[in-house]
Design a protein around this ligand. Structure first.
Ligand code: ADP
Ligand code: ADP
Ligand code: ZN
Length: 214
């Protein structure tokens, strides 16, 4: 099954993509994660993206389209893919359609995680990640079992994203409503759009997604 998880920053896309990866063996393709890895590795592509990301603005369409196309038919995506944070503009959605046709693939569902703006700011403000294994946490909603130690790998170093602050969130939310929300009618017209309440607890959101996927 090939799906898109769509929703504003902090909606829970990455959290839910990880569940689906574990449960169904699908691959998570997160353009945000790929861009942060490119910055960490000091790739030229990452250098191009960094200042835009720090400001909460979208990076150019062709950059993310190329990153997705390089992965979509990879062996790790044999059980289907979860697009997380892509597409984010109508031109990206159109490029995705053309790409899927070239690869003989199609989308099964576009799942929108619906979350209030106020909750989003609280979610990104408390978000942190294990530096070693990438497991995601939250100060209030999903702290590590033992303070300062990753539940998954025992790692003791954690990172917080430079753009996860209330100020940059304003720009990121605006980018979502101005540039990404117009994709929703695009997929609705294709009969692919499903809404899931993203305000409930993580396990309940997972159940909502499972109900859509069947
Ligand atoms: P996105 O990938 O959409 O930006 P994340 O999955 O990284 O969002 O979630 C943002 C933050 O909110 C993380 O710290 C995560 O642990 C937390 N979170 C995710 N889903 C929920 C939920 N249903 N309720 C409370 N907190 C959540
Ligand atoms: P979140 O999980 O909070 O929604 P992401 O990790 O998906 O955030 O994205 C972080 C930043 O990376 C974005 O603010 C943007 O600058 C850039 N980015 C990620 N994916 C895309 C995309 N598909 N198109 C344009 N910019 C992107
Ligand atoms: Zn870890």
């Amino acid at each position: 099954m090939n799906i898109i998880l769509i929703g504003p920053p902090g909606a829970g896309k990455g959290t839910q993509a990880k569940f689906l990866e574990e449960k169904r063996g699908m691959c998570q393709l997160s353009t945000g994660d790929m861009l942060r890895a490119a910055i960490k590795n000091q790739d030229p592509l990452g250098m191009e993206a960094k200042s835009l990301m720090d400001a909460g603005k979208l990076v150019p369409d062709d950059l993310v389209v190329r990153m997705i196309e390089a992965r979509i038919s990879g062996p790790e995506c044999g059980n289907g893919f979860i697009l997380d944070g892509f597409p984010r503009t109508v031109p990206q959605a159109e490029a995705l359609d053309a790409m899927l046709a070239r690869h003989g693939k199609h989308l099964h569902a576009v799942i929108e995680l619906v979350v209030d703006d106020a909750a989003l700011v609280e979610r990104v403000s408390g978000r942190y990640t294990c530096a070693k294994c990438g497991a995601g946490y939250h100060d209030k909603f999903k702290p590590t079992a033992k303070a300062g130690v990753c539940d998954v790998c025992g790692g003791t170093e954690f990172t917080r994203r430079a753009d996860d602050n209330a100020e940059t969130m304003k720009t990121r939310l605006k980018a979502f409503y101005d540039q990404t929300a117009p994709i929703l009618p695009y997929y609705k017209a294709k009969g692919l759009l499903r809404q899931v309440d993203g305000m409930s607890a993580m396990t309940e959101v997972t159940a909502g997604i499972e109900a859509v996927l069947g």
